[in-house]
Design a binder for this molecule. Structure first.
Ligand code: IPE
Ligand code: IPE
Ligand code: MG
Length: 252
């Protein structure tokens, strides 16, 4: 069983500052195009936004930040953009881990790692091991991640561990510990930058009761003020988890 409550089975604890923020960092390519720059220049600028949003989350007391860096569908992009993104990811890992560690940040990478080369996998293992005891913020990077992949891999692991589940069936709480974010509470706030209003196969299971926030701001322009606007919008929401508004007022 996960140590965290599932939003479909119990009403999770809520705070003013979202405990877990999950972001689809979109709009890098269009940001660059508008400036007559190559798409990769947008990805490069996107790394700056990652840095500033991590800092802002630490300052505001967010405990989990999850960033969608590369989806299982992004392999469909031109080969040179894919390899650029992989290089960027590797370089950022190499360069930033020390700083993350100094700031008490625990790093986790989720996604299907079987398509990464040995060097990248070794880098990920080392970065996760080095930062594993840190408690200020858990930063999760979703790389070659897909929400459907996650549910299927969880089911396959469960069946391996409990072959009898094949005939007996399973319930939500049996599957949950095998999901790739079992170490974190479900996201409170989801942000997608860049103007599109879709989930694009991100955390399908975990977003069951997450508050959704979409902004036209492209990721390279998303700064701490933009984050505050998203948090402010979150703070105005009434999270009912299936109950009525009257029930919430009665409990207040
Ligand atoms: C998001 O920006 C970054 C990744 C998907 C890696 P895009 O590259 O999707 O930017 P747009 O959507 O083309 O503007
Ligand atoms: C989603 O962005 C994935 C990441 C941000 C890593 P995309 O730009 O690839 O999403 P779609 O394909 O337009 O929905
Ligand atoms: Mg995009």
């Amino acid at each position: 069983m996960s140590i965290f409550q599932s939003s479909t089975q119990a009403v999770p604890d809520q705070q003013d500052i979202p405990q877990h923020v999950a972001i689809i960092m979109d709009g890098n390519g269009r940001w660059a195009k508008k400036r007559f720059l190559p798409r990769v220049a947008g990805h490069q600028r996107g790394v700056e936004s990652v840095r500033s949003i991590i800092k802002a989350c630490v300052k505001r007391g967010v405990k989990y930040l999850t960033l969608f860096a590369f989806s299982s569908e992004n392999w469909r992009r031109p080969q040179d953009e894919v390899s650029w993104l992989m290089q960027l990811f590797m370089k950022a890992l190499e360069r930033e881990v020390g700083k993350l560690h100094e700031n008490g940040i625990r790093l986790k990478i989720i996604g299907d790692r079987s398509r990464f080369d040995a060097q990248l996998n070794a880098l990920i293992d080392a970065a996760e091991a080095r930062t594993s005891a840190n408690t200020v913020l858990t930063l999760t990077i979703a790389a070659n991640y897909g929400g459907r992949w996650d549910i299927v891999q969880a089911m396959n692991h469960l069946l391996k561990a409990q072959p009898q589940a094949c005939s007996a069936g399973v319930d939500e709480s049996a599957l949950a510990p095998y999901l790739s974010m079992a170490y974190a509470p479900e996201p409170d706030l989801f942000i997608r930058t860049g103007g599109e209003q879709r989930i694009s196969n991100f955390l399908l299971w975990q977003l069951a009761y997450t508050e959704l926030y979409f902004t036209d701001t492209p990721w390279p322009d998303f700064d701490s003020r933009a984050l505050d606007r998203a948090i402010h919008s979150y703070q105005k929401r009434e999270r009912r988890f299936g109950r009525t508004s009257e029930q919430l007022q009665d409990n207040a």
